[in-house]
Design a protein around this ligand. Structure first.
Ligand code: KIV
Ligand code: ZN
Length: 556
C-alpha cells in the first residue's frame, strides 16, 4: 500500500539516464547519431527528463548533448493520449565544480526545458578517500556549486553520491544546503546497489521528514542493481514519497546496471491498484525503445529479462500453452501489445512496393528522409530476394543496420570467403575510406572464415585490437533467418591510470552489431562498426580533455 501521508501529485516522473549512466556500461559507447536517435525514441516513449550525457567528459559528449537539446529538446511531441505535449527536459550531468557546470549549461541551454544535474559524494568512505574533503567542506561546496548552477539555470537537480551508504543525519544537512541554494529536485542514489528495499524506503521517508525544505522539492531515487534489488528499491522509494525515478532502458548502466525503465513503468501500470500512481510513458513504445538501445549499445538482452526479454511472452510448457488457449490471463499478467509487441497484418515481401514499405516504417515510428528511405529500400529488396517474408524485426534490423553505422572512416564494400575442410580459410575484403574515397582490397587467412575476414580487414585498417566477445543469434525463425552478430573488441586504455585496482591492465571496449542472412557478412559489418567507433573515439580524444576514468569514461 502507498504511504498514506504521501501527498503530492499522483504522477511519477520518469528520468531516463540511458545516454549517461547507461552509456557508462563497459563497451556501450554510442556515436552522436545513435545518441540522437535514442533521444528521439525516448521522447516518443514519453520520458519526462532525458539525461543526455556528461558534457565535461569530452568535446564529443558536449556536442552530442547540445545537439539533443537543440532538436529533441525543442520538438513538441504527442502524449500517451495523443494530445500535443511539451518536449522533454534535457539534462546534463556535472561534478560540483564550475568547469563541469559551465560545460553542462553550454550543452543544455538550447533546450526549451534545460536542467543541470550536479553531484558530490557524501559517504565517509568517498569523502575521506576519494574527495579528501571534510563533511563541512562538502556542505559548503554543495551550497556554493548549486548556487552557481542556479544562476545559470532554473531547474537544478542535486545528488549526494553514495547516499545509500551515507550517514542520514549528514544527508539531511547536505540536502538542506542544496535546497536552500536553489535545487528543485534532490536525487538519492544508491550508487553501489548496497541497500535493501526496507532500508532504502525508510531512508526516503526519513529524508522527507527531516530535511528542511524537502516538501518544496521533488525527491528522486537512483538505484544500482549490484544485488539485483534496483527495481525493488526504486518501488520502495516511490512508496515512501519519491516522485521521480532515474532509470535506463533494459537496465543498462555501470557494473550490474541501473533500475530498468520498463520494469518500473509496467509494475506501476499492471499493479496500479496497489500504487495508485501514473507515469507519462507510452507503454506501446517500450519494445521498440528496448530493441533500439540493445542494437546501438551492443548490450544483448538476456532472454528471460522481465518485460523485454525474448521469452517474456513465450509459453513453452504444454500445461501453460493449454491454459493460455483456454484463457490468456491464466499465465499472462499483461498483453504483449501493451509494450508494443503486436503482430502486423501487413506482410512485406519481394513484391511490396516503396509506398507499402514507407507506410510500414512510419507505422513503426521511423520517419526517414527520401535519401534514407532509398538506401533502406534497396537493402529491403536485396533481403526479400533471399527471404520470403520480411518481419517487423527484420525491418528494425535493416533500418538500424543501414542508417546508424558510424561512417566516419571505413565502409565495407565487398567480402568474399573460401572455406572448407581441406582449405585454409581465406577472405578477400574490399573497404572504402570515406575520407579519401579510396577503395582498398586485401586478403586474410584465419582459423575460420570470420577470423579470415577480420585478418583481411585488419591489414587494411591497421587498428590493433583484441576480439573479446562474439555472439551470433538468429533474429527470425527458419533457414532463411537473418543472422545478428554482436561483438566487442578491446584496446589498452592509454588515458589516466594504466591499471585497474586489481592490477589488471585497463582496457576500453567497443561494440559492433551487424545483420545479414549470411553470418560471415554480418560478422564483417559488426567488426566494421566496432572499428569505426574505436577510430572515432581516438580522433575525438586527440582534442579532448577527457574526464578521469572513474567519472564518465568507459573503462573496465
Ligand atoms: O550512481 C550515482 O551515484 C550516479 C550519480 C551521478 C547520480 O550516477
Ligand atoms: Zn548511477
Amino acid at each position: 500500500m502507498s504511504d498514506p501521508d504521501v501527498s503530492g501529485p499522483d504522477k511519477v516522473l520518469i528520468f531516463d539516464t540511458t545516454l549517461r549512466d547507461g552509456e557508462q556500461s563497459p563497451g556501450a559507447t554510442l556515436n552522436t547519431q545513435e545518441k540522437l536517435e535514442i533521444a528521439r525514441q525516448l521522447a516518443r516513449l514519453g520520458v519526462d527528463i532525458i539525461e543526455a550525457g556528461f558534457p565535461a567528459a569530452s568535446p564529443g559528449d558536449l556536442e552530442a548533448v547540445q545537439l539533443i537539446a537543440k532538436t529533441v529538446g525543442q520538438e513538441p511531441r504527442t502524449d500517451k493520449h495523443g494530445r500535443p505535449a511539451e518536449p522533454p527536459v534535457i539534462c546534463g550531468l556535472a561534478r560540483a565544480n564550475k568547469k563541469d557546470i559551465d560545460a553542462a549549461w553550454e550543452a543544455v541551454r538550447f533546450a526549451k526545458h534545460p536542467r543541470i544535474h550536479t553531484f558530490l559524494a557524501t559517504s565517509s568512505l568517498h569523502m575521506e578517500h576519494k574527495l579528501r574533503m571534510t563533511p563541512d567542506a562538502v556542505v559548503e561546496a554543495v551550497h556554493e556549486m548549486v548556487g552557481y548552477a542556479k544562476a545559470l539555470c532554473d531547474d537544478i537537480e542535486f545528488s549526494p553520491e553514495d547516499a545509500g551508504r551515507s550517514d542520514p543525519r549528514f544527508l539531511y544537512r547536505v540536502l538542506a544546503a542544496a535546497i536552500a541554494a536553489g535545487a528543485t529536485t534532490v536525487n538519492i542514489p544508491d550508487t553501489v546497489g548496497y541497500t535493501t528495499p526496507d532500508e532504502f524506503g525508510r531512508l526516503i521517508r526519513d529524508i522527507r521528514q527531516n530535511t528542511p525544505g524537502a516538501e518544496d522539492v521533488i525527491i528522486s531515487v537512483h538505484c544500482h542493481n549490484d544485488l539485483g534489488l534496483a527495481t525493488a528499491n526504486t518501488l520502495a522509494g516511490i512508496q515512501n514519497g519519491a516522485r521521480q525515478v532515474e532509470v535506463t532502458v533494459n537496465g543498462i548502466g555501470e557494473r550490474a546496471g541501473n533500475t530498468s525503465l520498463e520494469e518500473i513503468v509496467m509494475a506501476l501500470y499492471v499493479r496500479r491498484q496497489v500504487y495508485e500512481l501514473e507515469t507519462n510513458i507510452v507503454t506501446q513504445e517500450i519494445h521498440r525503445s528496448s530493441d533500439m538501445v540493445s542494437r546501438y549499445t551492443g548490450m544483448v538482452i538476456q532472454p528471460n529479462k522481465a518485460i523485454v526479454g525474448a521469452n517474456a511472452f513465450a509459453h513453452e510448457a504444454g500445461i501453460h500453452q493449454d491454459g493460455m488457449l483456454k484463457h490468456k490471463r491464466t499465465y499472462e499478467i499483461m498483453d504483449a501489445s501493451t509494450i508494443g509487441l503486436s503482430k502486423s497484418n501487413l506482410v512485406l515481401g519481394k513484391h511490396s512496393g516503396r509506398h507499402a514499405f514507407r507506410v510500414r516504417l512510419q507505422e513503426m515510428g521511423y520517419h526517414l528522409s527520401d535519401e534514407e528511405l532509398n538506401k533502406v529500400f534497396q537493402r529491403f529488396k536485396a533481403l526479400a530476394d533471399k527471404k520470403k517474408i520480411i518481419s517487423d524485426v527484420d525491418l528494425e534490423a535493416l533500418v538500424g543496420d543501414e542508417m546508424y553505422q558510424p561512417r566516419e572512416t571505413w565502409e565495407l564494400v565487398n567480402v568474399q570467403v573460401q572455406t572448407g575442410t581441406q582449405v585454409v580459410p581465406t577472405a578477400v575484403v574490399t573497404l572504402r575510406n570515406l575520407k579519401t574515397g579510396a577503395e582498398i582490397t586485401d586478403a586474410g587467412f584465419g582459423t575460420g572464415p570470420v577470423d579470415a575476414v577480420y585478418q583481411g580487414i585488419n591489414r587494411i585498417v591497421g587498428a590493433p585490437n583484441r576480439l573479446v566477445e562474439y555472439l551470433v543469434q538468429a533474429i527470425t525463425e527458419g533457414m532463411d533467418a537473418n543472422g545478428d552478430v554482436t561483438i566487442r573488441i578491446a584496446v589498452p586504455d592509454s588515458r589516466g591510470y594504466k591499471h585497474t585496482a586489481q592490477g589488471r591492465p585497463r582496457r576500453r571496449l567497443f561494440s559492433g552489431r551487424g545483420v545479414d542472412t549470411d553470418i560471415v557478412v554480418a560478422s564483417a559489418k559488426a567488426y566494421m562498426q566496432a572499428l569505426n567507433k574505436l577510430l572515432a573515439a581516438n580522433t575525438n580524444e586527440d582534442s579532448a580533455a577527457v574526464a578521469p576514468a572513474s567519472e564518465g569514461a568507459v573503462t573496465v
